[in-house]
Ligand binder design. Structure first.
Ligand code: FAD
Length: 253
């Protein structure tokens, strides 16, 4: 059963403190979604993911998630090329047995219907012969596949390093090993209290614009500055990945 938490960052442990300095922009979070100026980074999901550049196939058609995924994919390939970040546009096969064929046909139909921007998720349905020619190690039970040529892979560490370098080059400040522990509204922006390492007390700073890019902790920060009835519930769910080591079971020499 999933339990929803409506927690906030603010607690009695860190009482409100008046700000001692101010910045125009403050970003909480040092993952791939971060922006620049003054940044409070850490290390979480952005350095522990599968490093896939997704085509945008699985989101509801024309939803914001789909649009952002397509736009993000274009920007990411352009950045990798411009900044020598290791990447490969490998393409992806979504394989299907006879029974699963309707699923990939529906996925293909959805990709064709996308109206923004027109046909930006190219996909092609492949026959059994085409799939096995492309990937001989695939099980004989696979009788068709959907080919997604825009899917790729990227070195997430090199990507994160390039973002870090760009922030510094553009004059932003990076603050390492530091947690935002309290956020309060202020007539000129937001007062953010931050604690570095295991310090007992934090420093408070006034951010005229605060960008909440704290990944899984983002709702805690948002919940600190909205009335209780508007708090966003957090649902944590576990996922599992499989890895194959050694020779593929259907390898044909
Ligand atoms: C197992 C797994 C595999 C995935 N594979 C892929 C994939 O192949 N392709 C893909 O596109 N996506 C993938 N994702 C999703 C993707 O990794 C995430 O959507 C993305 O990294 C989120 O980036 P982010 O910047 O929003 O969050 P994060 O990378 O989590 O960054 C948030 C940052 O905020 C910091 N932070 C949090 N709270 C505070 C605070 N109070 N004060 C200061 N800092 C704080 C954290 O330390 C962290 O550094 C995967 C996710 C998982 C879990």
């Amino acid at each position: 059963m999933l339990r929803a938490f409506r927690s906030t960052l603010n607690s009695a442990r860190y009482a409100f403190k008046a700000p001692e300095s101010s910045v125009d922009f403050l970003v909480i979070g040092g993952g791939v979604s971060c922006s620049n100026d003054m940044l409070v980074p850490g290390e979480e999901i952005s350095s522990r993911n599968s490093e896939v550049i997704h085509a945008g196939l699985y989101y509801p058609p024309n939803s914001n998630k789909m649009r952002l995924c397509i736009r993000g994919r274009e920007l990411l390939y352009a950045r990798c090329q411009a900044m020598n970040i290791p990447f490969r546009r490998t393409g992806k096969l979504i394989v299907a047995t006879d029974k699963q064929r309707p699923y990939i046909e529906a996925l293909h139909a959805k990709a064709q219907q996308i109206s923004w921007p027109p046909s930006f998720i190219p996909t092609k349905l492949l026959s059994a012969a085409e799939v096995h020619e492309m990937e001989p190690n695939i099980s004989p039970e696979i009788t068709s596949a959907l080919w997604s040529p825009e899917t790729g892979i990227v070195s997430s560490h090199a990507l994160m390093e390039s973002l870090e370098q760009e922030i510094v080059e553009r004059g932003g400040d990076l603050v390492y090993a530091t947690r935002a522990v309290r956020v309060d509204p202020h007539k000129h922006g937001w007062v953010v209290q931050m604690v570095t390492d295991d310090a007992e007390h934090g420093d408070a700073i006034l951010a005229k614009t605060l960008i909440n890019a704290a990944g899984l902790s983002a709702p805690l920060i948002a919940n600190s500055v909205v009335p209780e009835e508007k708090r966003i519930p957090l649902y944590y769910a576990r996922g599992s990945d499989d890895a194959l080591a050694g020779t593929a079971p259907y390898f044909r020499p």
